[in-house]
Write a protein that binds this ligand. Structure first.
Ligand code: GUN
Ligand code: FE
Length: 432
């Protein structure tokens, strides 16, 4: 068992607990105790069921801070950068979510895919259609997963079939917040797509929602692509920069997550820092769409909070392991390092912190919700061979990140219940 208590860059080995032969005690879907197996088991009466995973690694369920559930089928769309990719592939795909049944089918597929990859919480974009988010929350509620989702607000620079209005987007979002925010484990995020697809009137409505519901989230995109940044400057000539557009409408804060943030200026970093807003680092997407190489060392020096995310379907994998693999490579290209322990910290406690959820998920702290993944060090012959040569925990974890994917996730638990068992998966679940 491995979990983090704080940032390993700051606290080194004191930042995490590792139990080579550990046990996790769960009661009513929450963590009661974590520790050495001998000590934990000694205190139990004999009628308590015990599930054993020998030679596996139990970690807190991983968290994905930026992903689009309606873009499952957009994955692997050839040849374009952001703006053409949106117009040619993404907008036509999102049109189908007008149909609630279609949205439900994809939401179910999407959540099963996340769980298969050991991801138990995500901050998720729907489409412009209110019913897409209803379908998503219904599917999440069935699995009891802690998910954050929002209806996309967009009213210009997009096909008419995907446009709402400032008023309808406000009303739909409000109704969704009232119906779903804090219903069971579901949470809501106000979701203006990005500055290009909203008028000032609509961004003002988004800000009004944030004022009326101070504990909902805000998610959007920022400074992903240079043509995008130039277009925003054209559309908002009076803004100091891209972030200032969102800032003017009160959209910054501790619960505000901005995807990408590759091409930010020092002034924008300063506003991120001052407001506690965070950047979501999406390495597979940034590489796939040719957007650029986010420098996380620069963000750390500027004290800008950041998390890691897949950004499916601009991103190319549901796997946070694969995402961390690409994050490592991007960081290499920037001349910096991203250690395995830091990577796993980010995917669990670090991401939980940027979502202000560290008192619920991201670690095995007593009382936390018992969401966790069971990783298999022998999931492929190559991984087995490599693991046999690894001596330290850091080496073993690094090999897991570089070589691992959904095959390395032996099982996933949500609130103490097994929701994915790789070796006994139902016929409807197909392996990649
Ligand atoms: N910017 C605005 N919309 C999107 C989207 O759907 N995906 C990505 N990667 N960037 C965006
Ligand atoms: Fe995105």
């Amino acid at each position: 068992i491995l979990h983090f208590l704080s940032d390993p860059d700051v606290d080194g080995e004191n930042a995490y607990q590792f139990f080579e032969d550990g046990a996790l005690l769960i009661e009513n879907g929450r963590v009661l105790q974590v520790g050495e197996a001998e000590a934990v088991l000694a205190s139990l009466s004999s009628d308590i069921p015990v599930v054993e995973y020998k030679n596996h690694l139990i970690i807190p369920g991983m968290i994905d801070t930026h992903i689009h559930f309606p873009q499952v089928e957009v994955i692997a769309s050839y040849g374009e950068q952001l703006l053409d990719w949106l117009n040619n592939y993404t907008f036509p795909a999102e049109r189908q979510f007008e149909d609630k049944e279609y949205a439900s089918n994809i939401a179910n597929f999407f959540l099963d895919e996340l769980l298969k990859n050991g991801t138990t919480t995500a901050l998720v974009f729907g489409t412009v259609h209110k019913q897409s988010v209803e379908a998503f929350f219904e599917a999440s509620e069935q699995r009891n997963t802690r998910m954050i989702c929002g209806k996309v607000m967009m009213n210009r620079n997009a096909p008419e079939f995907l446009c709402d209005t400032p008023e309808s987007s406000y009303q739909d979002s409000k109704e969704l917040i009232e119906a779903w925010h804090n219903k069971g484990r579901q949470l809501y995020a106000v979701t203006p797509r990005f500055a290009i697809t909203s008028t000032e009137e609509q961004l003002q409505k988004a800000g009004q929602l944030m004022e009326e519901y101070p504990d909902v989230y805000m998610q959007t995109h920022i400074s992903e692509n240079k043509d995008e940044v130039a277009f925003v400057q054209e559309l908002f000539p009076d803004s100091k920069d891209y972030l200032d557009v969102y800032d003017q409408f009160g959209l910054l804060g501790k619960r505000s997550v901005f995807a990408h943030g590759i091409h930010l200026t020092p002034r924008e970093h300063q506003r991120f820092r001052e407001t506690g807003s965070s950047v979501s680092f999406c390495p597979t997407s940034n590489l796939f769409l040719g957007s650029g190489l986010l420098d996380i060392k620069e963000l750390e020096e500027e004290q800008v909070a950041y998390s890691v995310a897949t950004d499916v379907g601009g991103g190319t994998s549901f796997s946070m392991l694969q995402t961390l693999n690409e994050a490592y490579k991007v960081t290499q290209l920037n001349g910096n390092k991203l250690s395995a322990l830091k990577s796993l910290y980010l995917a669990t406690l670090g991401n939980a912190k940027t979502l202000q959820l560290e008192d619920k998920i991201g670690s095995f702290k007593e009382g936390n919700e018992a969401d966790f993944a069971v990783l298999d060090f022998n999931s492929t012959p190559l991984m087995s061979l490599k693991q046999s040569k690894c001596k330290t925990l850091a080496e073993k974890l690094f090999a897991m990140i570089i070589l691992g994917d959904d095959r390395a996730v032996r099982a996933t638990y949500v609130a103490g219940n097994c929701v994915h068992d790789r070796d006994n998966s139902s016929a409807s679940q197909t392996n990649q």
